[in-house]
Design a protein around this ligand. Structure first.
Ligand code: TNX
Length: 545
């Protein structure tokens, strides 16, 4: 045991020294075909030989890493047809090989999400500071196993893992994906599947756009009309590139039980759900259910076409804030994550300009104009969220008229908003349309429906650098990471949503995880060739390169 430990440490040490900072040298390329992991780990050192997963392989874990060990057992049991169980120690005198999880607190450079993985012929040893790190080690192992590992029924395969030493930790703390469930509703099971796929690439934030003009998708117990009325629309206009005029009734929503299930499923995969409740614009579905909260009070229907719309919550009416506080209280209870996204984008101010109540509010609060009224609105919401122990994040329009004191910004209209926020000391998630919009087509050839903007091929997602060059080191610390956004005006089916998301989201995962100097488009494509067969086994409708 002691000898094994010394040998292990020696190999680890020499491997780290040999490859630190230069994981994928040109000479490694032949051998590294076998050690193919997306996103690219910080340090990869291939070793000769293979670890063979056998019927008697023992999975051993301490308490802290047990969830990751159990996840591994659940992953590998169905395809191998062996019922693996997690043990607290290997059987005495057993000759079986071992996969061992070890929690290791204290001084090392693995951080909150890192892991080290040593694979030798007799032993796979996973070391992590945190349960999340151990979980990510399992995702790496998963990619090193043959693609049949994704099968949920027993299959024949060579269950081998190439020997290597891997040390890994992420570059950014926010590795996100957004799904718009408002323009088209996607069933709960689809979201669970996206969570599994995100986990495979060590992504850790799923932003759910839950409300918009065209639909309200989350049950709020206090206001059942929000989903009774707001979750359904008479038809959907498809202003797609083929100008298809077909329009169908559409709707759906997540019950609070659905939400709790999604949140728990994500939590067990170390993914935080970021819920978005849009305000003050993009609110017509809510206003269709609660007419009295608009500036005019006129009857409204859930919107049946896309685009920017002038209906907006009345900022002069106290009832608006009573309503939003009640909604956000339920949202804050349902989602344990730190952040609540409040939208803030594309809020047209025409109604506010004509509304006596909004104009009275502007005067009473000593505001300059409607932009400052929006800023006042969002600041009020921020102090409420603060009282609930939550942080506010919004689209970059929340900069206009002044940022709330603790707010974080999601920069989508380019990176300027993100830069301004970081310079002011606010945290930022980068998600510019130029590199992060998965509703854009993937080539200039014939593609399925998309928003019809310039193509955003996978290489352009891959090339994205989230930290703008003109930030100081202190300002750059405010860039939490990056996120890909799938808006769904033109995406009606789960198959289509998968096609738009994958593989571009895998490229985004590498943007968020991999150190800048290790990124390499050609290498990424080679490594993705090992991923696609996994997706084939899963039946994922990804876009074939
Ligand atoms: C702009 S990105 C929007 C969305 C649309 C998207 C289409 C953002 C904050 N607002 O409402 O769906 O463009 O690409």
């Amino acid at each position: 045991m002691l000898i094994a430990r010394i040998v292990f440490s020696t190999i680890m040490l020499s491997a780290s020294i040999a490859v630190a900072g230069a994981a994928y040298s040109a000479d490694d390329k032949a051998i590294s075909k076998e050690i193919s992991v997306v996103p690219m780990p910080a340090v990869v050192k291939p070793l000769p030989g293979k670890f063979v997963l056998a019927a008697d392989t023992a999975i051993v874990s301490d308490e802290k890493c047990r969830p990751a060990a159990e996840y591994l057992a659940n992953l590998i049991s169905p395809p191998t047809g062996v019922k693996y169980a997690v043990r607290t120690a290997a059987k005495k005198g057993s000759k079986a090989n071992v996969i061992r999880f070890k929690f290791k607190a204290g001084k090392n450079n693995l951080g909150d999400e890192g892991y080290s993985l040593m694979i030798t012929k007799r032993l796979v040893e996973i070391t992590a500071n945190t349960p999340a790190g151990a979980f990510y080690a399992v995702q790496t192992l998963r990619q090193l196993l043959p693609p049949q590992i994704e099968s949920r029924a027993a299959v024949k395969a060579a269950w081998e893992i190439p020997c290597a030493v891997i040390e890994d930790s992420p570059r950014f703390q926010w590795r996100g994906l957004m799904l718009d469930t408002a323009r088209h509703f996607f069933p709960k099971d689809f979201i669970l599947r996206q969570i599994d796929l995100m986990a495979m690439f060590k992504m850790n934030r799923l932003h759910l756009h839950l409300t918009d003009d065209q639909g309200w998708r989350i049950e709020i117990k206090r206001y059942p009309e929000l989903t009774k009325i707001g979750a359904w629309r008479e038809k959907s206009k498809r202003e797609d590139i083929f100008n298809n005029p077909a329009g169908k009734a559409h709707g759906g929503f997540y019950t609070q039980d659905d939400i709790r299930e999604i949140v728990a499923y994500a939590q067990s995969r170390f993914i935080t759900i970021v819920p978005e409740i849009e305000m003050p614009g993009h609110a017509q579905a809510a206003l269709a259910a609660r007419n009295e909260l608009s500036c005019t009070g006129a009857p409204l229907k859930v919107l049946t076409h896309w685009g920017v719309n002038k209906e907006i919550y009345c900022a002069g009416n106290e009832e608006t804030f009573v309503f939003l506080r009640n909604v956000l209280s339920e949202v804050a209870e349902l989602f344990p994550g730190q952040y609540i996204h409040v939208g803030g984008d594309e809020a047209v101010k025409d109604r506010w300009k004509e509304c006596p109540k909004c104009q009275t509010r502007i005067k009473a609060e000593g505001l300059k104009d409607e932009a400052e009224l929006q800023s006042w609105f969002i600041k009020r919401i921020e102090s409420f969220l603060d009282s609930k122990g939550k942080k506010l994040i919004g689209w970059d329009e929340i900069l206009e008229g002044g940022l709330p004191p603790r707010a974080s910004v999601m920069s989508w209209r380019g990176t300027q908003g993100g830069i301004l926020a970081a310079v002011q000391g606010h945290d930022v998630v980068m998600s510019p349309t130029s590199n992060c919009y998965f509703d854009y087509p993937q080539s200039d050839k014939k593609e399925p429906n998309s928003i019809g903007a310039a193509p955003l091929p996978m290489c352009k997602v891959y090339d994205y650098e989230p930290v703008p060059g003109n930030l100081t080191a202190a300002q750059a610390k405010h860039i939490l990471g990056a996120q890909g956004n799938l808006w769904t005006e033109h995406v009606e089916t789960t198959e289509h949503a998968e096609y738009m998301t994958w593989p571009r989201a895998a490229a985004m995962a590498e943007v968020g995880w991999t150190r800048k100097e290790l990124k390499d488009w050609a290498g990424f494509q080679t490594r993705m060739n090992v991923i696609y067969p996994h997706w084939d086994v899963m039946g994922l409708n990804y876009r074939k390169p």
